[in-house]
Design a protein around this ligand. Structure first.
Ligand code: MG
Ligand code: ZN
Length: 223
């Protein structure tokens, strides 16, 4: 029987809203929204667009920006219980995020440990913040994702696993297409309907616990 493995998004999934947008609204100079719109209209890839956005922010405001991101982030209800549930059941839990290390690690510090955390990295040695991309697309993905979720899932290569993807946005869609089961909210849920992807909608992580428990109880997955 297949063993579950969970791949969970960060921004808008573990946190209630998008941390990059919150940081830009607070610290970016006028004009950043034009870049955001160019990302949304796919004129820029996520990789190129997010790199451009952060380069607008001065590196010497690192501490201030980090402090704001941590204080501003609101964790979705049930997340702590969800992590404990995965530990108890022995289910690998990976955080797979297009967000940036300097805010993800401190926000997650009280909730781990996780099986793995995959995200983009930052460099504050230049005048503007530089984003580094340690998890770019493998040859099978042509989307210039930045942090490529399907490539990470392929790289981790859990054999005979039941892949559970949890997410909220179009940036989770490519990963969702590789999943056996998706827990989706917001735009990702609409995309799952559109693509006929096996999914349930969730609002809190208590919903996620219930949905996974159900699948263990009926014997669809075993831990
Ligand atoms: Mg997200
Ligand atoms: Zn990719």
């Amino acid at each position: 029987m297949a063993m579950p493995v969970i791949y969970c998004d960060f921004d808008g999934t573990i946190t209630e809203s998008d941390n990059i947008i919150a940081i830009m609204e607070k610290f970016a100079p006028p004009g950043w929204e034009e870049i955001k719109n160019q990302i949304l209209s796919r004129q820029f890839s996520i990789c190129k667009g997010v790199g451009k956005l952060f380069s607008l922010l001065p590196s010497d405001r690192k501490d201030e920006i980090t402090k704001f991101a941590i204080e501003n982030a609101k964790i979705r209800a049930g997340f702590k219980e969800f992590v404990a549930f995965a530990h108890e059941e022995g289910i690998p839990l990976y955080i797979v995020s297009g967000g940036i290390d300097f805010f993800i690690y401190p926000i997650l510090a009280d909730y781990g440990p996780f099986t793995g955390v995959y995200c983009n990295k930052s460099d504050f040695s230049e005048e503007g913040i530089q984003i580094l991309w340690p998890h770019t697309c493998d040859p099978l993905c042509k989307n210039d994702c930045g942090c490529c979720k399907p490539s990470i899932i392929r790289h981790l290569n859990h054999k005979n696993s039941f892949r559970i993807v949890i997410g909220d946005s179009v940036t989770d869609l490519e990963a969702a297409k590789h999943a056996d089961f998706v827990l989706a909210r917001d735009l990702l849920q609409e995309k799952c309907l559109e693509w006929g992807i096996n999914h349930r909608e969730f609002h809190t992580f208590f919903d996620c616990i219930e949905e996974i428990k159900k699948r263990i109880e009926v014997g669809e997955i075993s831990c």
